[in-house]
Design a protein around this ligand. Structure first.
Ligand code: GLC
Length: 566
């Protein structure tokens, strides 16, 4: 039986329009598909609105696949698009195996998947593992009685006394991490909002059900998952109180060291087993891992020969909130030496946009290019955030009553929430930035008039065209794909320079992170390149053509990328 099936499947593979790179998951160098892919995070509410109701949807994404392909993106990570009461805008999932009607249907999902495959792009979904929505049928059953079938799928405990939660743990979104449920007289645990009860990962039935969810999506064609909030999967079974630190946070709660409810060692067993399932499907696991040092990063790659996450996100890199060559050098060196494949991220849906975090208010556009010149040319996989490529800026709510993200209401005015970095993609200078004819769920910032896809496509010097050029280069330069990272001029406080060396060739990257002109010189003999010249590949505010490496003049915030040879 098997013998007769095999040739048919081989034939189908050969005839399929989805062959080529989709099938070539390992290259001649032994690299997996995700090591050479550029990932692009998109927030479905805000990317493109096909039915003009002010909220983005899957058909909207499908309609923009050509744009994404042309930009140079290989894999899309779509933040949660599953049925959800939307308390945390999809991070409160009420059904893991469907699409929220607000975003479309499973048929729309399949259409998007087909469109992506035709263009040789992959789709990654967001797997919210730590918690479900309080409206998920598992939780509705769980809270119904102490003996309910799903009772032990969540973390229920008696309080310490009348109106006293089981311990001092705090929700990262403010106030107690326990909510009392009068039906059974017990408290349930939630690291995030009360509407996001934590699953009990000590229960093997939870693991099985959740792993099956990933299998179901793999069978539908997805190429991996971004694993949400993995640091928080387990809690100390004895529920020890966390140490209290001096001071209070933006919600007025005492500062706390989350010693007993985050980063517990049990997490790694789950991730190793989840990796086995992923490996059966040639899939990638990207972790939302807030690692604080190299030891934690190594553990997420898989300690002692175990295989865990291929791509723990290096969110440490995102904490360098200033243009500081020494800081970046330090972070890059840490990630580069961790023994896994580096991942670089400069923005996401939880952090103010990089345009504002790095911008000085005067040179934000050239600075956006400097940052692109950095994370798109390092050794590793970059994950872009939608709108970075056009220099979208943060648009924080001006009034508390306009805030959508609940933490912005709890934390106002110290913490205005995350609406600012989630505004609609800016497609043109027409009303609502061409995102929707209806008023969008969040307002676009005034800069959409100049920073939008249509306008920037026409301008050869735009941020968008800069991204396109660097991404195109990244795809075709073996040194940028495969080359080792070698830091250069390591004591320069203003200019970050490095070489990506591969076999006989190398690409030199020079980034002036200062507002003053700079002169730099390179002697690349020790690295095996005595030619003292470079051929320019990308230059903004720096020389072009054949360049003498003994003196390279850089304008403020210049980017120079050139090829050097022996
Ligand atoms: C992650 C997500 C964030 C969400 C939280 C709870 O940190 O990135 O947006 O609110 O998990 O799921």
């Amino acid at each position: 039986m098997l013998r007769s099936i095999a040739p048919v499947s081989v034939l189908l593979t050969l005839l399929s329009p989805f062959t080529t790179a989709q099938q070539k998951s390992i290259d001649a160098e032994g690299h997996q598909w995700w090591q050479h892919a550029v990932f692009y995070e998109l927030y479905p509410r805000s990317f493109a609105d096909s039915d003009n109701n002010g909220i983005g949807d899957l058909n909207g994404i499908t309609s923009k696949l050509d744009y994404l392909k042309d930009l140079g993106v290989d894999a899309l990570w779509i933040t949660p698009c599953f049925p959800s009461p939307q308390v945390d805008f999809g991070y409160d999932v009420s059904d893991y195996q469907n699409i929220d009607p607000m975003y479309g249907t499973l048929a729309d999902f399949d259409k998007m998947m087909g469109g992506a495959k035709q263009r040789d792009m992959r789709i990654i979904l967001d797997f919210v593992m730590n918690h479900t929505s309080d409206q998920h049928k598992w939780f509705l059953d769980s809270k119904s009685s102490k003996t309910a079938q799903y009772r032990d799928w969540y973390v229920w405990r008696d309080g310490k006394g009348q109106n006293q939660p089981p311990n001092d743990w705090l929700s990262t979104f403010g106030h107690a991490a326990w909510t009392f449920d009068p039906t059974t007289g017990q408290w349930y645990y939630h690291f995030f909002y009360a509407e996001q009860p934590d699953l009990n990962w000590r229960n093997p039935a939870v693991e099985k059900a959740m792993f099956d969810v990933t299998r179901w999506w793999y069978d539908r064609g997805v190429s991996g998952f971004r694993l949400d909030a993995v640091d928080t999967l387990f809690e100390d079974p004895k529920l020890k109180d966390n140490p209290i630190l001096p001071g209070t946070n933006q919600y007025g709660d005492p500062n706390m060291d989350n010693k007993y409810n985050t980063k517990l060692p049990e997490i790694h067993g789950v991730l190793q087993r989840l990796r086995k399932v992923a490996d059966e499907h040639d899939a990638v696991l990207i972790g939302e891992t807030w690692t604080k040092d190299i030891a934690e990063l190594k553990n997420y790659y898989g300690a002692h020969g175990s295989k865990e996450l291929q791509m723990p996100m290096d969110l440490m890199f995102m904490t360098v909130d200033k243009l500081s060559p020494p800081e970046f050098r330090r972070q890059i060196a840490t990630v580069d030496s961790a023994g896994g494949w580096p991942v670089f991220v400069i923005s996401n849906h939880d952090k103010p946009r990089s345009y504002n975090r790095y911008g000085d208010g005067q040179h934000n556009d050239p600075i956006a290019k400097v940052m692109a010149g950095l994370y798109l040319t390092l050794r590793g996989t970059p994950i872009m955030y939608y709108g970075e490529e056009i220099g979208m800026e943060n648009n924080d709510p001006k009034r508390k009553e306009d805030v959508q993200d609940p933490i912005g209401r709890t934390g106002w005015p110290k913490d205005k929430g995350r609406d600012g970095e989630r505004t609609p993609m800016q497609w043109s200078d027409s009303e609502n930035a061409g995102f929707s004819t209806a008023a969008p769920w969040l307002p676009v910032p005034p800069s959409y008039k100049t920073h939008n896809v249509e306008e920037e496509s026409k301008d050869p010097n735009s941020i968008l065209n800069f991204y396109k050029n660097v991404l195109a280069l990244r795809h075709k330069e073996p040194a940028l794909l495969e080359g080792e990272y070698i830091a250069l001029n390591e004591s320069d406080p203003n200019v970050l320079s490095y070489l990506r060396r591969y076999k006989n060739g190398a690409v030199l990257v020079v980034l002036n992170m200062s507002s003053a002109p700079q002169k730099v010189s390179f002697n690349l003999k020790p690295q095996g390149f005595g030619g003292a010249k470079a051929t320019t590949l990308v230059s903004t505010g720096a020389p072009t053509g054949e360049v003498n490496l003994s003196e390279l003049s850089l304008e403020p915030f210049a980017v120079y990328i050139g090829k050097v040879s022996k």
